[in-house]
Design a protein around this ligand. Sequence first.
Ligand code: NI
Length: 162
Amino acid sequence: MAIRNIVKVGDDILRKKSRPVEKFDKRLWQLLDDMRETMYLNNGVGLAAVQVGILRRVIVVDCSQDRSDYLELVNPEIIDTEGEQREAEGCLSLPGESGITLRPAVVRVKAQDRNGNWCVYKGEGLKARCFCHEIDHLDGVLFTDREIHEAVEITENKGNDK
Ligand code: NI
C-alpha cells in the first residue's frame, strides 16, 4: 500500500467525468487499498479516485468516529433519496474551505464491491452527505457548486443597510 497525493482545487482533472470500472483486477485493489490509507492519513471521511488523479468511478467512505465503517464503492449510483439536510461540508481537495450545502437526509446507493458484486448501501446524516459528495466528484462536481449562500446574503444586506 502507498499514500497517494491528493489533487487540489485548480487542477482541471477535478472537473472531469470519471469512467466506469470494467476490470476488477489487482490494479483496482491496489487503488482501493491506497485510497483507504490516503483517506485515513488525511483524516477524511471519504475520497474519490479522481482526487488521487485516477478518472475511474471509485469512492471510499468511513463516516464513523472510530474508523470502523469502511466502505468501498465501485461504479456507485444513487437509486433513492428521502428528505433534505443543510449542513457544513468540506473536502480534502479544498483544504481549509467549508460551506453549507443542501443534500438529501437519506440516500440509497447501488454499487459494486472490489470483486464486482452489486450491493445496496443506505446512508443517513453525515453518511448520506458523504455518499452524495463523493459521487459528485465522479461527475466533476465540487461541494462549492452546491453551496447555499442565503445566510451570507442576509448578513451582507444588513451590513449595507447600516
Ligand atoms: Ni471532496
